[in-house]
Design a protein around this ligand. Sequence first.
Ligand code: FES
Length: 578
Amino acid sequence: MAKAKSGMRRGLTAYGDEEFSLFLRKAFIKAMGYTDDALERPIIGITNTFSGFNACHRTVPELIEAVKRGVMLAGGLPVEFPTITLHESFAHPTSMFLRNLMAMDVEEMIRAQPLDACVLIGGCDKTVPALLMGAASANVPSIMLVTGPMVTGDHKGERLGACTDCRRFWARFRAGDISAKEINDLNSKLAPSAGTCMVMGTASTMALCTEAMGMMLPGGACIPAVMSERLRNAEATGTRAVAIARERLTPDKIMTSNAFENALRMLLAVGGSTNAIVHLTAMAGRLGIKIDLEKFDRMGRETPVLVDLKPTGQHYMEDLEKAGGAVMVLRELRPLLKTRALTITGKSLGWNIDHALPAWKQDVVRPFKRPIFGNGGIAVLRGNLAPGGAIIKQSAATPGLMQHEGRAVVFDTLEDLAARIDAPDLDVTRDDILVLRNAGPKGAPGMPEAGYIPIPKKLAKQGVKDMVRISDARMSGTAFGAIILHVTPESAIGGPLALVKTGDRIKLDVARRRLDLLVSDDELALRRKRWKPPKSRPGDERGYRKLFLDTVQQADRGCDFEFLTKPVAARAPSRKRP
Ligand code: FES
């Protein structure tokens, strides 16, 4: 069998003469000042996801230097290259619209360039899934390094951080509790350092899930962005990247169905972001692995929320790091984990847990028998309103609303919501159910984080803090409330959400996992006959947007493009790991 090509010989540019291609490649790379000795080493690519618009990635340049140091200490040649970067607040219409574009960029750049392994540096919400989706499809040995969470700020003696407290204070401002001056002062304090949101938002959730999945060095998920330990973690990641290049430890050997199950357990135990379900589904889809929502719901019923972090609890990511980090959660979950799953260390997850520092007394990660929330932080709902499923983060919702029947108040689009939600004459009471449609993968497009429908101002001023809200949108992991998300199929393709009218009754029963529109089948059939799909918008007909609208799949398929997913594989027997 022909020996696989490595280093500069990988993926030569097609000139019809391989030796000439190599000769030319070396001539150009030597303009960077490399010696022949350097060019014979394993080549370790490093994704540079820095951008002046992405404060979550502010430290990427120094992380790259630390990774390079680690690579060179291990005898490799580090080469950084740029990829798309995404920040939540600097991506119109929403970063989710661009996640697949970033994943395609990462995949093709890893494939096109002569990399023996790749260090994936990401952090902000969509970047980690995009990097791992791309790396999984390219299937070149890869290791994840996250930028790490921000440290907390404070305001009048109260500890706070992005972005649960952004939403909390904004809600208070809307309700007239705090002044315009105070909300403006707070604006400078909510993101007080470089790094990712320091609550259990999508970035923290994805970092923890990636560690549980085994694609990151143990201990890498929680180290704050600005700590020196973060740089040591980056150096160690660079060193390990050289080893995985030599071992040819490709993502498909680590990102197995067992590894995804471990990641889902972590998601549930940390009370993580609902977005992580969509991202893990998309990542798994790149490897022909299906995430079954029913199985996820069953896992939820046996996996309690153990981590006391905002928005479900009270602490922040730096507290979880001080408490011991991800391994403290993994240790508690151990009886439920697939401990034989291979990880980036070359050892099993169980081996990594056994060789971590012993636990110490702390109050951030609860013992399995004394959880924060006992019954599945995230529940999967079905019913005539969501035949393809919907989800609710019940651990961050008002318990009294988990069984609720109310009158629907429907907003047809995001624009309609913005125009009417605060109107003084909006016909709405605290017992009503707010419905937003046309905010799904195709509808918005990009399934924005609009599911956190604001409480109508007139109710907020009366002290209403939570209401049942339903949409085909997503919600930031930093948000909270009785919010039903990812209703599938979405309304823009004729899902039942498209048929709801203001005044209809809707029944939510989380205990029974039901979400039902209390309208007769005959009436729904009549409404379906009359339904017309939304008109196309300017810009829908060309470019990336057309590709997106033509090929994006529903939330239960991870919103990945259908041509990027791999057919679901037959189950392979698992092998023993050391
Ligand atoms: Fe980047 Fe929150 S905005 S992690």
